[in-house]
Design a protein around this ligand. Structure first.
Ligand SMILES: [Zn+2]
Length: 102
């Protein structure tokens, strides 16, 4: 039995199920495994950013103006740093609004 890769949508002979939190698993072909891992890590990282923003400001990161999160993730910034940057970009009281302009 073959399966459809969640990442490239091709029918794959061999698939790997990846994911480290419930609800974030993906079934991917061998070629897509690395890319898909990055995607799962990015989603988990966004959940941590959201948790931090919620701790700091009591709102979801989804309620803030959208930021360029993906490059920040690729720069390996911590969820803590990014939560502050997102709040700064949103001109949230007490946060430096310059950082969001990076
Ligand atoms: Zn694939």
């Amino acid at each position: 039995m073959s399966e459809i890769c969640d990442a490239c949508r091709k029918i794959a002979m061999y698939t790997v199920t990846i994911g480290d939190r419930d609800g974030l698993s993906m079934v991917v072909c061998e070629e897509c495994t690395k890319k898909a891992w990055d995607e799962v890590k990015f989603k988990n990282w966004m959940i941590e950013v959201d948790d931090k923003v919620m701790d700091e400001a009591g709102v979801s990161v989804n309620d803030l103006p959208s930021c360029t999160f993906r490059p920040w993730f690729d720069e390996k910034l911590s969820p803590e740093e990014v939560a502050e940057m997102a709040l700064g970009a949103a001109k949230w009281p007490g946060y430096d609004s310059d950082v969001g302009a990076r």
